[in-house]
Design a protein around this ligand. Structure first.
Ligand code: ATP
Ligand code: MG
Length: 390
């Protein structure tokens, strides 16, 4: 028998007229994640129904679906005709055999064509299970829940429900350019935007040849973790070394970090234009370091016209670390590396700059030329990471 999986989404269901659009995006994302050419996917009664010929593909499929944005929960389902005895037979075939389990039945019928109400179906199936297993009913805290969904002449029977990532399908909310350092915060910020349906373009600025290539490789590995099972996406590496040299030589030292950051934003904005991305995303959190005061965030962002989104702005470091662990980026982020921003930093960076002050400092620099040159040296890679990677 082939493998059937029901994929449930909740938020997508709320979008009224946009629903077909979101369902299409979710289908595309599921297809990209599964990497199973023979998989058939269709929408069925407010969910996606996948059919895969290879029944042994479940473990792989479950790992892949667990990474797809926009899925509330999913699980294997078994079909039955919409007939109470036939449903009971399928249920008893898939329910575990262990003794003494607490269980519940939750049935839903999509329309009134089926002659019993949902509570009646629950009662009748419950009685049949009690006759066949040494189990007890516990509606509050069941160890096993039999899920039955009746749609027209068909029923789907299931006893598992695995959590998905939630959010919206990738690409449903447009595209963003994510400024990715090698640190803890920016991968979490990118993840949060991806979870809300924004397709990422990653931009990493590096200090090579004044720093080693290790920082770049780290950012690349972080992007690859975020992209597992999401299909191919752009990963850009832009050189900042020349720009930093000029800033160090010609600008006040307490403004260095802010000026580096303004150039990073400019490079990301230019890359965003090429890629069709509509906003920049950073891992900034209010007050976390001197460069992330409200005044400094505003003064830096004034260098670009695109909106700058900061999904972590109200987060404590502790919360960000917990999230980084959960999404699998933390272990890579804490590896030691030379960050381009650690380059010749003063002991007391400015905490209250203004856009006007930073612009005045940049008057000493050929800003447009420096940006053009850095872009000319930027490298783009089409990065993919299979869903099956651990
Ligand atoms: P992170 O952990 O993300 O590095 P952080 O707390 O260390 O954040 P900063 O180093 O001040 O903060 O950087 C603030 C934000 O600027 C980062 O979250 C990231 O979005 C962006 N950024 C910093 N360095 C780079 C870089 N080398 N390339 C691209 N973006 C960067
Ligand atoms: Mg950093």
């Amino acid at each position: 028998m082939s493998l059937r999986i029901a994929v449930h989404y909740d938020e997508i269901g709320l979008k009224g007229g946009n629903r077909p659009f979101f369902e299409r995006k979710l289908k595309d994302a599921v297809k990209a994640a599964l990497e199973l050419p023979g998989a058939r996917i269709r929408t069925f009664a407010g969910r996606l129904l996948l059919e895969i010929d290879d029944e042994a593909a479940w473990d792989r499929a479950a790992q892949a679906l667990g990474r797809v944005f926009g899925i509330a929960h999913f699980g294997r389902v078994w079909p039955a005709p919409a007939d109470i005895d036939a449903i009971a037979q399928v249920a008893l075939a898939i329910l575990p055999e262990a003794e003494g389990l607490a269980f519940a039945v939750r049935a839903r019928r999509a329309d009134k064509a089926f002659p019993m109400t949902s509570p009646e179906i629950n009662r009748v199936l419950g009685a049949k299970i009690l006759a066949a297993r040494r189990w007890r009913v516990d509606l509050e805290n069941p160890a096993v829940t039999l899920l039955v969904s009746i749609v027209g002449t068909r029923a789907l029977v299931s006893c598992e429900r695995l959590p998905g990532r939630g959010g919206l399908p990738l690409g449903a909310s447009g595209k963003v350019a994510c400024l990715l350092s090698g640190g803890i915060d920016s991968p979490v910020a990118a993840y949060r935007m991806m979870r809300r349906g924004a397709r990422p373009v990653f931009v990493h600025c590096h200090g090579f040849p004044y720093t080693t290539r290790a920082g770049q490789e780290k950012a690349r590995r972080l992007a690859a973790i975020l992209l597992r099972g999401q299909g191919a996406h752009s990963f850009w590496q832009a050189p900042l070394a020349e720009i930093q040299q000029r800033i160090v030589a010609d600008c006040p030292k307490e403004l260095r970090v802010l000026l580096y950051r303004r150039f990073m934003f400019r490079l990301a904005e230019r890359i965003a234009a090429r890629e069709g991305a509509q906003a920049l995303v950073t891992g900034e959190a209010l007050g976390q370091v001197a460069s992330q005061t409200i005044a400094n965030m505003g003064a830096v962002a004034a260098a670009v016209a695109l909106p700058v989104l900061r999904p972590l702005v109200g987060c404590d470091k502790k919360e960000i670390i917990a999230e980084a662990r959960a999404i699998g980026t933390y272990e890579v982020s804490i590896e030691r590396h030379e960050d381009c921003c650690g380059y010749l930093l003063p002991p007391h960076p400015a905490t209250r700059s203004t856009a006007a002050e930073l612009e005045a400092a940049e008057a000493a620099l050929p800003v447009a030329e420096l940006v053009d040159a850095a872009l000319a040296g930027a490298e783009r890679e089409n990065l993919t990471a299979p869903a099956s990677e651990p």
